[in-house]
Design a protein around this ligand. Sequence first.
Ligand SMILES: [Zn+2]
Length: 705
Amino acid sequence: MTTRPGALRTLLVLAAAIVWQVPAFAATPSLADFQAAAAREHMSLTLPDYARTPDELRARVNTALKEADTALTALAAQDPAKLTFANTFAAFDAITARVGDVSAMSGTIAESSLDQAMRDAGNELNVQIEGWGVGLDYREDIYRALKAVADAKPKLDAESQRLMDEQMLSYRRAGLTLPAAQKTEVEKLRKDLSALTTQFAININEARAPLDFTAEELAGVPQSFLESPGVKQPDGKFRVMANVTWHATAVAENADNPETRKQVNIARTQLAREKNVPLMKQIVVLRADIAERLGYATWADYVIEVKMAKNGATAVKFEEDLLAGLQPKFTAEMETLRQLKVKQTGQADAQILAWDVSYYTNRLMKEKYAIDKEELRNFFPYQATLDGMFAIYQKIFGLKFTQIDPPYVWAEGVQLYVVQDAASGVPMGAFYLDMFPREGKYNHFACFPQKAGGVTAAGGYDLPVAALMCNFPAPSADKPSLLTHADVETLFHEFGHVMHVMLSRSRYVAQGAFSVPGDFVEAPSQMLEAWVWDKAVLDTFAADYRDPEKKIPAATIASLVEARQATAAYATRRQQSFGIMDLALHTVSKADAEKMDIVAVTNAALTRATVAPAPDTAFIAYFGHLANGYEAGYYGYLWAKVMALDMASVFKAAPGGFLDEKVGMRLRNEIYGVGHTRDVAGSVESFLGRPRSQQAFLEDVGIKQ
Ligand SMILES: [Zn+2]
């Protein structure tokens, strides 16, 4: 990565720059100080009142649902002559927001409580709240009241108009605008669909493919795998379960014998095919059928209507453009892998087959890009890394974070911070940090909103609260917690979600931070991942904890980038193959779905984007995402990632690089602050100051222009 004079200059002033124009508090400001400051601005900074016992939690949730039901029934029962936007749509937003807050509390308890009974209660209540939400979508009385107001076409400001339009659209999408008989039919089809997708997942879970190999056949596979429980058989052979991902990966990456890799690859791509191929066909036909009944040409058009891409054709074009842009790099990467195979086999015309990619990628990494990831940890002690990231985000977004004594925490070590606008000192929200693993805690890394921000009935603003839950390595007796470079990237990403919650200033809760379309919500955080690959950024905080004078050598960062780029085009096109097969399945009419050869269509997507699968296999049968969860939405991950790199490129080109305050403030105002109050495509272009482009993403993959 090249260094920019601008970035270096910024670096020198970074330490000096953090002198904030903030009203002074007593030495250690308390929550009450910030609450008083918020009150002076007609805002409230209220932390969630966390339930302490399962009964208390149940009572809290049940009361919230009962109060919401009472308020909603009263809303629907109003005199039709007296209905206004304020007493229907705006009231609906406020009522459902309170259920959202109690749901956030129950969800947090389910993932974080020390007490198993609390976690169980949280999980049970989440299911109850979800069921309540589904019922709410179909409440005819509320629909009639809202529709009466919408039909009268009141003159509204842009945000209110948008709230009304989106609510009415969601009713249309749920089928409420259909005549009764047709509506019943769609509801029945949805239930059928849900039964089929559930069965698809069950078939995946039940599929087994044990393959026994001799030690010789498994040459190259790590000893630790061979010694894993259940692998060694009484007859001296070793059992590989092709249905278990880490088994299949251990063989795919390490087995020197191509026949072994081939057998495991084929067994895995034949899993569940007798049951799930016909099931997938039924699923695809049913989806096309439902979409047509709701007035859409295809299921993709139905799903993507509320995403940034807006329709199936735009998502398809995105995939095609990216496929073409990656082609030269992809070809070069495959040739590099092929040369490794030529060298190993002595066959000049050797080809890279489906079961070779992981194996030769692994060899390439070992031979050419050996980076000591453990050694790199010494540069990322947890506290210095966190403080460093805080300094960067405070600087670029014009904020100040202050740690305060929390009135209550769900576990020892959880910390609480208040966020203020640095220039005015006005409080903006609060966040909890729960950063280390413990028994029973959520075991990934994520931001959990605790309380939505929004305008109160009195016209003030209720400030947002969030929690960051992570699982960084705990400190040991002789060493602080030391993060991997990947951990640091995760921290920058996840805390980006906290920033999104803190900075969103929507009037309506339904237009807050995480209400942005699903193919955009990850983009700002994916963008912030770029920070940790930049030497100027890393040098602000990353230093060997045993000798803080020692920074990460430029050559190490360059090798990290090179290693990431070595097979980045293949990795991207692998993702694309899933996106392309997803869109191929879901951009057809019902009539075309009925004629579709599911296996041919999905295998063709793999062949086009990556490497041809083995003959007589059906990858789709054991790939659950397109049946459950990501249907017609798989493109979204890369869609957001491409946009993320495009947005990061604006920082990269700015005088201050990734530490540029002007660009940071523009991001705060044009992206975070507005949330879902306006169309996100427009927000992104306002930030970029130009139309979107795939260029920066292609450069990140290593394509030199
Ligand atoms: Zn994320």
